[in-house]
Design a protein around this ligand. Structure first.
Ligand SMILES: Cc1ncc(COP(=O)(O)O)c(C=O)c1O
Length: 483
C-alpha cells in the first residue's frame, strides 16, 4: 500500500492521535481501505504522518478496540471491519482474498517498493532505466504534438497491426539494419513490455521453459512466470550470453524459446561481440530454437555504432525482434514494435485487439512524426553526447569512492553499470539505509536471485550533482555496513 501523503495538523485543537484515528477511520469507512487490507507498518505511518511512533500506536490501539483493526500473524495490522459492515447482516467482501486469487503474479516486493519510492519528493534515483527529465526532448515533443494536432489526427481506434505510416517508417529503419522487413512484418505495441506479455500468452504452452541470460531484466518482471513459464538462466561473460552453453541448456530443459538482450544488456551493460553473435546464430539454428531479441537499447551506443542485430542474420525466421521508443524518446509514449514472421504477428495482433484494442493512435502518430521528420536522429546525437558525459562522470565517481569496495566494467552504451561489491552485504539493509538517505538503488537480486553482491547503477537518470553526492554517500553506507 502506498504511504499516506496526509499529515495531522499541529495547529488543530484535536490531539494528534485522534486526528490519525479519524483519518484511518475515514479511509476504512469510505472503502478505500477495504476489509482485509494490510495497513502500513507503525514505523512507516509514523514517518508519513511525521509523528512519534507512540502516537501511531495509541491511534491503532483505539481502532483495534473499536473492532476495526486487528494484528495479523507474521506482523502488521489488517482492517477487519468497517462501521457499516459490523451492522450489516452479510459480512463485507473480503477483497484481500480476491486480490490474492488473480492469475497474474504480483511484482517482487522490492520492485513494488521501488515503483513507489521513485516518486517520493527529493529522492535520488541511482538505478532508474529511463532518460533523465533533463535529457527528454520536451521542446521537440511539443512541436511534434502541434504538428500532429494541426493535421486533424484520427481520433478513432486504429488498425490491428498499428498505424500504417508508422509501420512503413519502422520497416524502412529495420531494413537499414539489415533486417528483411515490410510493413506487414511489423506490429506496433504499447512498449516492448507488452510485446513480451503478448508472446507469453499467445505463443507458448503453459509449463514451457524460457532460456534467459543470467542476470536478466526478465527476472524483474514476472510476465512469463504469470503465464505459467519457467525461466532458466544461461550464464554470461564479458562477450555476452555463453552461446556455447545454449544447445545443452535448450536440450536439458526442452526450452521453447530464448530471450536475449545482446546490445547493452540490462542490467550488465554488456555488448555481445560479433563473434559471439555468429556463434549464437549457429547454436539456435542447430537447435531450431526460437529467439526473442530485445533491442530496446540499440540506438544508445556511445563509442561506436552497434553491431548488426541477430535478426539481420536470421534467414530461417527464428527471431522475434523487439524495439521501443521508451529508452530514446519518451517512455510515456508507450510505443514499441515487434518484427517477425507474419502469421506470428497476426496472432499477437489478434490478442492485442482483445486486450487493448490497439496502442494509442495519437501516440502512434506522434511516433511517426518523430521518425519521419529527421528529429529522431538529431535528438539521438544529443542524447549520446550527454550520456557519454554522464557515463564519464559516474565512472569518475566510482574510481574515487568505490575502488576499494567494488569492481565494475565501463559499458560501451545503454544506461547501466553492474557494480559488484567485494563483500556480501545484507541487500535489504543496504537498500533501506540508502533509502533513508533518499537514495534509491536497484539491488542485483532483482535480476538474478543470486546476485546479492551486485547493484544496477544507471548514469541516465539522476542529475549530475545528485549523482556525485549520492554515490559518495552510498560508498559511505556500504563501508559502514561492512565494517
Ligand atoms: C530490456 C528491456 N526490455 C523492455 C523494456 C520495457 O520497455 P518499454 O517501455 O518499451 O515497455 C525495458 C525497460 O526497462 C528493458 O530494459
Amino acid at each position: 500500500m502506498e504511504q499516506p501523503h496526509w499529515q495531522p495538523s499541529r495547529q488543530s485543537a484535536a490531539p494528534l492521535h485522534v486526528q490519525i484515528m479519524q483519518y484511518i477511520r475515514d479511509k476504512i469507512a469510505g472503502g478505500e481501505w477495504p476489509v482485509g487490507t494490510r495497513i502500513p507498518s507503525q514505523r512507516k505511518l509514523a514517518e508519513a504522518f511525521k509523528v512519534n511512533r507512540s502516537t501511531v500506536v495509541t491511534a491503532l490501539e483505539e481502532l483495534a478496540a473499536a473492532g476495526m483493526l486487528e494484528g495479523c500473524r507474521g506482523g502488521g495490522t489488517r482492517v477487519v471491519n468497517h462501521t457499516w459492515g459490523a451492522l450489516a447482516a452479510k459480512p463485507p467482501t473480503n477483497w484481500d482474498d480476491y486480490v490474492k486469487s488473480g492469475i497474474h503474479r504480483p511484482n517482487l516486493p522490492a520492485v513494488q517498493e521501488i515503483n513507489r519510492a521513485e516518486f517520493h519528493p527529493g529522492i535520488v534515483r541511482l538505478g532508474t532505466g529511463e532518460l533523465s527529465p533533463e535529457l527528454l526532448p520536451h521542446r521537440e515533443m511539443s512541436s511534434v504534438l502541434h504538428r500532429v494536432a494541426d493535421r486533424t489526427p484520427s481520433l478513432g481506434y486504429g488498425e490491428p497491426m498499428g498505424d500504417p505510416q508508422l509501420r512503413e517508417l519502422l520497416a524502412a529503419r529495420l531494413r537499414k539494419l539489415g533486417i528483411a522487413a515490410s510493413p506487414a512484418s511489423v506490429l506496433v505495441v504499447s512498449g516492448a513490455l507488452q510485446a513480451l506479455q503478448l508472446i507469453s500468452v499467445g505463443l507458448l504452452e503453459q509449463g514451457s521453459a524460457v532460456l534467459v541470460e543470467r542476470p536478466s531484466y526478465l527476472y524483474s518482471v514476472p510476465v512469463f512466470q504469470s503465464a505459467g513459464m519457467k525461466l532458466r538462466g544461461v550464464p554470461m561473460d564479458e562477450e555476452g550470453l555463453r552461446a556455447d552453453l545454449v544447445g545443452a541448456y535448450a536440450r536439458q530443459y526442452s526450452a521453447s524459446l530464448l530471450y536475449t538482450i545482446p546490445t547493452f544488456h540490462n542490467p550488465s551493460g554488456t555488448l555481445m561481440t560479433e563473434q559471439r553473435r555468429r556463434q549464437l546464430m549457429d547454436a539456435i539454428e542447430a537447435e531450431g530454437l526460437p529467439v526473442i531479441e530485445d533491442d530496446v537499447y540499440r540506438d544508445l551506443w556511445l563509442d561506436e555504432p552497434s553491431p548488426r542485430p541477430l535478426k539481420a542474420r536470421d534467414t530461417a525466421g527464428n527471431i522475434l525482434y523487439l524495439g521501443s521508443l521508451s529508452k530514446t524518446v519518451s517512455p510515456g509514449l508507450r510505443i514499441g514494435w515487434i518484427a517477425g514472421p507474419q502469421p506470428v504477428l497476426e496472432r499477437l495482433a489478434d490478442i492485442k485487439m482483445q486486450s487493448d484494442y490497439g496502442s494509442s493512435t495519437l501516440s502512434q502518430q506522434a511516433a511517426a512524426e518523430w521518425l519521419g521528420s529527421g528529429w529522431y536522429e538529431q535528438h539521438m546525437e544529443r542524447v549520446r553526447d550527454q550520456l557519454k558525459a554522464r557515463r564519464a562522470i559516474m565512472l569518475g565517481c566510482l574510481d574515487k569512492h568505490f575502488s576499494d569496495i567494488a569492481s565494475w566494467n565501463a559499458p560501451p552504451g545503454g544506461f547501466y553499470i553492474w557494480l559488484k561489491l567485494h563483500s556480501q552485504l545484507p541487500a535489504r539493509t543496504l537498500f533501506d539505509q540508502a533509502l533513508r538517505r533518499n537514495i534509491l538503488i536497484n539491488p542485483g537480486h532483482l535480476y538474478d536471485r543470486d546476485a546479492n553482491q551486485y547493484i544496477r547503477l544507471s548514469y541516465a537518470y539522476a542529475s549530475l550533482k545528485d549523482m556525485e553526492q549520492s554515490l559518495a554517500q552510498l560508498a559511505e553506507i556500504i563501508k559502514s555496513i561492512s565494517s
